[in-house]
Design a protein around this ligand. Structure first.
Ligand code: D41
Length: 789
């Protein structure tokens, strides 16, 4: 043998071994080891090598086999009509070549620039990224489901396909062929995939690299109960064995299948000629990111079945169909390093620095790694070869490590002990779970730099947030100028902005006389902020604009917000315990307090005054008792208690068991007594009550407050979807006007607000003659009552 032939033989063996390994991972383990694009490259290299050295082709080469191998755990199914594979077009030219071959095969004149020739009609549909299956219907009943396998033999997955919600077990209507084998793709929507992975993560089970693996892994479960719990869907794209009559075109058949209850693509279209096919390709390509499921291209099929028969197939690919692929969303590259970024709230997050690689047409050099748990989950080491995935407009992600390519000198990823920006300590966050009056603390996934505004990274982002449009809206301060102000030590806290002088500003890069004056004027103009904007500007973790508005509206003073106890904060609409603790902790922090005090010296914060009616009306003793999370005492028990003890917390605390038993059954009565036998629990309850009083709220006067409100004594019901406000918001509005909001309609109901999708409650309302408002009518009424949205 010559040298080159020997080298080729060596390379061919290597490629076969590698492809065999990947095939096994992919088809048997459902755990691809490399991206499809990389597999295709290796495969094409092997094909090219074998074409050049035909003597080296052996029957066991991966090129000599189509598709995968059947996994023995399932029974075998022989496909009487083989399940063919699809040829690929990667460029527009490939598609034009395909169209030309179709014309030649059919003896049709090829079109020219002057519109001559005949246009062939093509059925167009997205190419779903799932796995091909065959469903066999006999006399309209689903009798068998099978995977494609190698195209001639697949696996019997009948029990599993039956669990797929949109697979009809019995065909609708009538007139179906006595034997009808339909073929299509089983896939998972992007949302279903995300939900499944979230669930897997929660259960510490293995997550899937992409929706296709998730679909494959779910369909090939030996336990159909597992399959049933996976969000699988089916979409029909063709037929196999048929005994009976069907329409004479591809589109006609699919439309008929749809009538019989089989799902087909909503994007199905008929195109005349190659140019309309290309237009379809571009249109779907543009909408790729916004489709509910992943696709890796579009498929074109000659529409006329007589033409399909005439064209036939070559090897195992029909000459009448082609897949026009989109750029791959996954590629291989190298992890050069992991760096750590510090966010506005001090979160230290790992970022992957990658050897730049083009993924779906875009150069990618960085990818987020979320947190150290994710790094551990991936088993990532610096130097690793990794699979990068860019799904739509989403930030590129590292989805998998290619373990077999790990170099000997790979290094572990380590969280720095000191903040890379300011050198302060980096601490692991704590997860505090509170329920039934108990706290359990565990380690969180996040790490935080404790440097606060002493950390340049946090300070810069805090300032950028503070001046942003929805916060204090100080125009003229860009990211670059903030960097400069911080780096030169001119600004160490938001309060320092107000000390800037003309001389200092005009020295900054990009500032001239006029722009400096404008900036100083903008800073001066920001000195009378609305309370809500000010709260938002502080950048409290988890407090966005909405929560800031709620805080400002309900508590109506910075002093109250600063001291509010977490339980008191949870009286506010849409503030849960987690956020309440974040807010409370933020204001308890000495450093934050000093920054806020400095700002208070300078600013005249607007919109402070009386406690909001909304808050006042929602603070009940029953609510407080409920918030204490006493075991076995829910909202109803809390209400009974409050009523029984005349709205006096003191009386509840002093109650003996017999008193309690008059209001509650044995178990909750025991629980209440036990709970309040702990002095800290009593103290806490009294502290909350004291704060509510201090804020100007009295249980005894609750009734009076409510009685003076315009909707006092009325019960309202909300049903269906509201579009302008959330149901919680609508409920809060109604309660602030004195109404009660109930979950069920009765003759006593004053009014039902019904959005789209309202069902039985709306029916009941009309039955009982209860007034009904749509959302527009409801908003109108709210406006009449002087409430703004
Ligand atoms: O959406 C798909 N993945 C899809 C796959 C489709 N829309 N049409 C297809 N048509 C065929 C032929 C033309 C051979 C009946 C296919 C596939 N085949 C296919 N899927 C996997 C292997 C072949």
């Amino acid at each position: 043998m010559t040298d080159t032939a020997a080298n080729a033989a060596q390379r061919i063996l290597e490629l076969r071994a590698e492809l065999d390994r990947h095939n096994h991972s992919y088809y048997v383990l459902d755990e691809p080891s490399i991206p499809d694009a990389e597999y295709d490259r290796l495969f094409r290299e092997l094909q090219a090598q074998e074409a050049e050295h035909p003597a080296l082709v052996t029957a066991d080469s991966p090129t000599q086999r189509v598709g995968g191998t059947a996994l023995s755990a399932f029974g075998e199914v022989k496909h009487e009509v083989p399940m063919l594979s699809l040829g690929n077009a990667f460029e527009e030219g490939d598609l034009l070549d395909f169209d030309r071959r179709v014309h030649e095969g059919l003896d049709l004149p090829v079109g020219d620039l002057f519109g001559g020739g005949a246009e062939v009609e093509y059925c167009c549909e997205p190419k779903l990224d799932g796995l091909a299956v065959s469903l066999l219907y006999e006399n309209g009943l689903l009798v068998r489901g099978a995977t494609r396998g190698d195209g001639s033999t697949g696996e019997n997955i009948s029990t599993n396909v039956r669990t797929i919600r949109n697979v009809p077990l019995k065909l609708h209507g009538e007139g179906w062929p006595s034997v009808l084998e339909v073929r299509g793709e089983v896939f998972m929507s992007k949302a279903g995939f995300a939900a499944l992975n979230a669930r897997q993560l929660e259960n510490s089970s293995k997550t899937f690299a992409n929706p296709r693996n998730a679909a494959a892994g779910s369909l090939r479960q030996l336990d159909p109960k597992i399959t049933a719990n996976r969000p699988l869907e089916f979409c029909c794209y063709g037929i196999g064995r048929v005994e009976g009559e069907l329409p004479a075109t591809q589109v006609g058949i699919l439309q008929q299948l749809k009538v019989w209850g089989l799902p087909i693509s909503r994007e199905l279209k008929l195109a005349r000629g190659a140019n309309e096919c290309l237009a379809y390709y571009r249109d779907i390509g543009e909408r790729r990111a916004s489709l509910a499921y992943e696709i890796d291209g579009v498929v074109f099929k000659v529409n006329d079945l007589a033409y399909q028969r005439e064209l036939g197939f070559r090897a195992r690919e029909p000459r009448w169909a082609i897949a026009h692929k989109f750029p791959a969303m996954e590629e291989l590259t190298e992890l050069l390093d992991v760096e750590f970024q510090v966010g506005r709230t001090g979160a230290v997050t790992p970022v992957a620095r990658l050897k730049p690689v083009k993924v779906a047409g875009v150069m990618v050099a960085n990818a987020t790694l979320h947190n150290m748990d994710e790094v551990a989950r991936l088993g990532l080491m610096i130097g690793d070869t990794v699979i990068i995935r860019r799904a739509g407009d989403v930030i590129p992600q590292v989805v998998q490590v290619v373990l077999e390519r790990r170099p000997a000198d790979a290094r572990p990823v380590q969280i720095p002990e000191q903040c890379p920006v300011c050198g302060s300590a980096v601490e692991r966050s704590q997860l505090i779970k509170r329920s039934k009056g108990r706290e359990t603390i565990s380690e969180g996934a996040a790490y935080r730099c404790v440097g606060r505004l002493a950390c340049g990274a946090q300070l810069k982002q805090a300032i950028i947030h503070y001046v942003s449009r929805r916060a204090l809206d100080i125009e003229g301060l860009g990211e670059k100028s903030v960097d400069q102000l911080v780096d030169e030590g001119l600004v160490r806290s938001p309060a320092d902005l107000y000390k800037l002088t003309f001389e200092q500003v005009v020295e900054l890069e990009g500032f001239a006389e006029l722009s400096s004056k404008n900036l100083l004027a903008a800073i001066e103009n920001s000195k009378k902020p609305e309370l809500a904007r000010f709260i938002y500007a502080l950048g409290i973790p988890d407090v966005g604009e909405e929560t800031a508005k709620v805080l400002a509206r309900s508590l109506a003073s910075l002093a109250r917000i600063k001291q509010a106890l977490p339980e008191v904060l949870t009286y506010l609409p849409e503030v849960g315990l987690e956020v309440a603790y974040e807010i409370h902790e933020f204001f308890s922090d000495a450093h934050n307090r000093s920054v806020i005090e400095a700002l208070e010296q300078i600013l005249d914060i607007q919109g402070q005054g009386e406690l909001g009616a909304e808050f006042a009306a929602s603070t009940t003793l029953a609510g407080l008792l409920d918030k204490l999370h006493i075991a076995s005492v829910g909202p109803t028990g809390a209400k009974t208690l409050a009523a029984k003890f005349g709205e006096s917390l003191q009386k509840v605390l002093e109650a003996d068991w017999l008193d309690l038993r008059q209001a509650l059954s044995e178990k909750p009565a025991n629980a209440v007594r036990e709970f309040f036998s702990v002095p800290e629990h009593c103290e806490r309850a009294l502290k909350i009550e004291a704060q509510l009083r201090e804020f100007g709220m009295h249980w005894e006067s609750q009734k009076r407050v409510v009685e003076g409100l315009p909707l006092a004594g009325q019960t309202w019901v909300l049903t269906g979807t509201l579009e302008v406000m959330s149901r919680d918001q609508a409920k809060a509005k109604l309660e602030s006007l004195g109404a009660k909001v109930s979950g069920s309609v009765s003759a006593k109901t004053h009014c039902v607000v019904a959005g789209p999708g309202a069902g039985s409650k709306l029916a009941k309302a009309s039955e009982l003659g209860v007034a009904v408002l749509d959302e527009a009518g409801f908003l109108q009424r709210m406006l009449e009552l002087g409430l703004t949205t």
